[in-house]
Write a protein that binds this ligand. Structure first.
Ligand code: NAD
Ligand code: LMR
Length: 306
C-alpha cells in the first residue's frame, strides 16, 4: 500500500506520522514545493520509527511527482491555512490553483488512485477535483466530517463529564463555521440519547462550540490545527487501505442523495477498498433537512467563485 501526501506542512506531516504509527502502509511519500522541506520532515519522522515501532517507509521529495507513481491513495494538504479572524472560504483564491495543479499531477502518475482532499475550503476543493479530473465519484473524498465529529465527541464528553469513549456522534453538512450540522438528536452515550445526560441549553452550546472548533483553535494557535486533522485523515486512509467498511462523514459528490445534486457536501459514507463504497442515507427531521439545504446553499456560493 503506497500513500502520497502532498504538502509536508503541519497537517501533511501529522497525517504521515499517524499513518506510519498505525503501521498499515508499506510506503508514504511526502511531497512539498518548498525545496528540501519534505525530505527534512520525512527524515525526522523516519528517526521516530525505532522509537514508535513502525516499519512504514517515509520518503520526502521536492515537487517530483515521478516518485509518487503507483500510489493507491493520495492526500492533498497543499495550500495556505487561515489566520485568526479569517474564514476558510477566504483561502479559495490561492488554494484553488494549487489543488487543481496538484490533483492533475497526481493522476498523471497514479491514474487509479483514490484522492482525499483536505485543503480548504474543503467542500469546494473536493468539487473542484471532481470538475477538473473527471475521476469516478467513489475515488474523490473530502475530509472534514471525520474531524468535526471528533470535535463533537470531545465537546459532548466535556458536557457529560464522562470519557470520550462513552460517546458517539456525527457532524454532517459543510465544513465551515456556519455550515456544520452536529446531529445532537442522534448522539448517544453508550446507546442512550445524550439528551438524557445534557440539558437542552448545554447541548445547544456543545453544538455551537463544535461548529467553531477550527476557528477556536486558529485563534489559540495563530494558524489552523494539525493533530486532529492529521489523525482524521489517517483514519480515512486506514479505512480504505484495510478495506474496513467503516462509516465516516465525508464530503462526496451528491447526485440526488439528501435531495441535493451537483455539490460535494458532508454525509455519512462507508469507506472501503474502493473509496466510497456507499452513501448512507439517514432519515433527517425537518429542521435537519432545512439545515442541510442552508449548508448546501452556502457551499454553492463558494463553488461559484471557482
Ligand atoms: N479539511 C480539514 O479538515 C482541514 C484541517 C486542517 C487544515 N486544513 C487545510 O489544510 C491546508 C494545509 O494546512 P497546514 O496547516 O498543513 O498548512 P501549512 O502551511 O503548514 O502546510 C501547507 C504546505 O503546502 C505546501 N504547498 C503549497 N503549495 C504547494 C504545491 N503547489 N505543491 C506542493 N506543496 C505545496 C507548502 O509549502 C506547505 O508546506 C490548509 O488549506 C488548511 O486550511 C483542512
Ligand atoms: O479551521 C481551519 O481553518 C482548518 C480546518 O478546517 C479545521 O477545521 O481545523
Amino acid at each position: 500500500m503506497k500513500v502520497t501526501v502532498v504538502g509536508a506542512g503541519a497537517v501533511g506531516a501529522s497525517c504521515a506520522e499517524y499513518i506510519a504509527i498505525k503501521d498499515f502502509a508499506s510506503e508514504v511519500v511526502l511531497l512539498d514545493i518548498k525545496e528540501g522541506y519534505a525530505e527534512g520532515k520525512a527524515m525526522d519522522l523516519m528517526q521516530t520509527a525505532s522509537l514508535n515501532g513502525f516499519d512504514t517507509k517515509i520518503t520526502g521529495v521536492t515537487n517530483d511527482y515521478s516518485k509518487t507513481a503507483g500510489s493507491d491513495i493520495c492526500v492533498i494538504t497543499s495550500g495556505i491555512p487561515r489566520k485568526p479572524g479569517m474564514t476558510r472560504e477566504e483561502l479559495i483564491g490561492i488554494n484553488a490553483g494549487i489543488v487543481k495543479t496538484v490533483s492533475s499531477s497526481l493522476i498523471e502518475h497514479s491514474p487509479n488512485t483514490i484522492i482525499i482532499v483536505v485543503s480548504n475550503p474543503m467542500d469546494t476543493m473536493t468539487y473542484l477535483v471532481h470538475k477538473s479530473t473527471g475521476l469516478p465519484k467513489n475515488r474523490i473524498i473530502g475530509m472534514g466530517g471525520a474531524l468535526d465529529s471528533a470535535r463533537f465527541k470531545y465537546r459532548l464528553a466535556e458536557a457529560i463529564g464522562g470519557p470520550i469513549s462513552d460517546v458517539d456522534g456525527m457532524v454532517i453538512g459543510g465544513h465551515s463555521d456556519t455550515g456544520m450540522i452536529p446531529l445532537t438528536r442522534l448522539a448517544t452515550r453508550n446507546g442512550v440519547p445524550v439528551s438524557n445526560f445534557i440539558a437542552a441549553d448545554r447541548l445547544e452550546q456543545v453544538k455551537e462550540d463544535t461548529k467553531v472548533g477550527g476557528a477556536t483553535l486558529t485563534k489559540l494557535l495563530g494558524t489552523s490545527a494539525w493533530y486532529a486533522p492529521g489523525a482524521a485523515v489517517s483514519g480515512l486512509v486506514q479505512a480504505i487501505a484495510c478495506d474496513q467498511k467503516k462509516v465516516y462523514p465525508c464530503s462526496v459528490l451528491l447526485e440526488g442523495e439528501y435531495d441535493l445534486n451537483d455539490i460535494c457536501l458532508g454525509v455519512p459514507v462507508i469507506l472501503g477498498k474502493n473509496g466510497i463504497e456507499e452513501i448512507v442515507n439517514i432519515p433527517l427531521n425537518d429542521a435537519e433537512k432545512a439545515n442541510m439545504q442552508e449548508s448546501a446553499d452556502a457551499v454553492r456560493k463558494v463553488n461559484e467563485m471557482l
